[in-house]
Design a protein around this ligand. Structure first.
Ligand SMILES: Cc1cc2nc3c(=O)[nH]c(=O)nc-3n(C[C@H](O)[C@H](O)[C@H](O)COP(=O)(O)OP(=O)(O)OC[C@H]3O[C@@H](n4cnc5c(N)ncnc54)[C@H](O)[C@@H]3O)c2cc1C
Length: 263
């Protein structure tokens, strides 16, 4: 099988703190990491590769040059090839423009059986890019995948998809796109031999290489623009409810919740 995984380098948002005095984000020293859901997507690709010799795994990313470090990590985990789309022409893209660029890069990679991505990136947090790529490539898709089994020697698969109140089991034929969530698996660590294997390839492509229509990528082409970003106000202090008896205390709590239209 030929598998392509979309992976994004993101700031480790667990490490971002808010400066209580200025109310701004403290980004200094915040490491960049492989987006967690994308690590689950890559792990799925590598598990398929472990069980099906001859399978190749290509990781495609779009971002600044330093995103190559994340691709090196993907190769050290076991991927065969990394491709980074990096060009000022695609900088500032919103999800629509990002998915145009990634779809163009995936077309350039050529035929594949399975396209994988994460459900959501922890920085942009939209969960839109995966479904948009699938749409632009005319692929069927299943999002929020938690379980996976190949059928018919890789021609189809049965996947379990998480819903708010249950699961769906879906049979889907290849080629198709799936987006992964953390319940799918536990991503493996990089191996020592993987870290020191310098034969594996990372290609850096610019906008001309992916033959993308330049009117569909970048900040100007993006239908949405972030015109202001700000740090949410810290939550107010907690309130101690008073009451002489448990019943009175409970009544105060109910009154308070009603006043705030919570119940
Ligand atoms: C300078 C700048 C300006 C921006 N301006 C805007 C703006 O005006 N409007 C706006 O809406 N957004 C803007 N963005 C954010 C940008 O749209 C998102 O970072 C990007 O589109 C990805 O969306 P997301 O992070 O929500 O990914 P999600 O949709 O949450 O990601 C889902 C999955 O898609 C794949 N994926 C997503 N991005 C990539 C990638 N780059 N490479 C490989 N795989 C990927 C991964 O598998 C990921 O798990 C801006 C970003 C920058 C840096």
């Amino acid at each position: 099988m030929k598998i392509i995984v979309c992976a994004k380098q993101v700031p480790d948002t667990n490490e971002i703190r808010i400066n209580p005095e200025t109310g701004t984000l403290i980004r200094d020293g915040v490491p960049s990491i492989l987006n967690p859901d994308d690590a689950n997507a890559l792990e799925l690709a590598l598990e398929i590769k472990d069980k099906n010799p001859g399978t190749t795994v290509t990781v495609v990313s779009m971002g600044p040059p330093q995103a190559q470090e994340m691709l090196e990590e993907c190769l050290a985990m076991g991927a065969d090839e990394g491709i980074l789309v990096s060009d000022r022409a695609v900088g500032g893209s919103d999800t629509w423009a990002t998915s145009n660029a990634l779809a163009a890069a995936i077309r350039k990679v050529g035929d594949f059986d399975l396209l994988l991505g994460g459900r959501q990136a922890i920085d942009g947090d939209t969960a839109q890019v995966g479904p948009q790529i699938a749409e632009k490539l005319g692929l069927p898709q299943v999002t929020y995948v938690t379980e996976f089994e190949l059928e018919e020697g890789g021609k189809s698969m049965v996947v379990k998809r998480a819903l708010e109140d249950g699961f769906e089991e879906i049979r889907i034929h290849t080629p198709c796109m799936l987006t992964a969530i953390k319940e799918l698996n536990d991503p493996r660590y990089m191996s020592i031999s993987g870290i020191y294997n310098k034969d594996k390839d990372i290609k850096v492509w610019n906008a001309a290489d992916i033959e993308v229509d330049l009117t569909t990528v970048g900040l100007k082409a993006s239908p949405t623009n972030v015109f202001r970003s700000f740090t949410p106000k810290p939550k107010g202090k907690g309130v101690m409810l008073e009451g002489d008896t448990d019943g009175e205390l409970a009544q105060h709590l109910v009154d308070d919740l009603k006043r705030k239209h919570i119940i």
